[in-house]
Write a new protein. Sequence first.
Length: 129
Amino acid sequence: MDDFSEWLAREIDKRGWIQAEFARRAGLSQAQVSRVLNGEPAGHDFCQGAARTFGFPPPLVFRKAGLLPSYPVPDEKRARFMEMWDFLDEQDQDYVIKLVEALLYRRSLLNEDNNETQHGLDSPNPAAS
């Protein structure tokens, strides 16, 4: 199996589907699905159907299939995030930025609390336990 066929098999399996169910949902023939799962290159229509069926942005599936160049990032999660980012409207992008900023701010507060505790600046009250 090549990388795309392995990825496809995992995505089908994650959903508890069999090949025939994936084929039906994606508007593909069972023979097409079988050929791709056995390593035959996936084409445009196949990737479009897979993207729609799995709920992924089409460029993500096209990149997985080798039909688009990969992003030069070392991390699959980062690449997936970049793919999804392009499908958000400006308002949603602003929301995501604010969410990430809030998470980072929360982490910085937690780190400050941990540093204070480690340096004896915030000694817990043993009687309160």
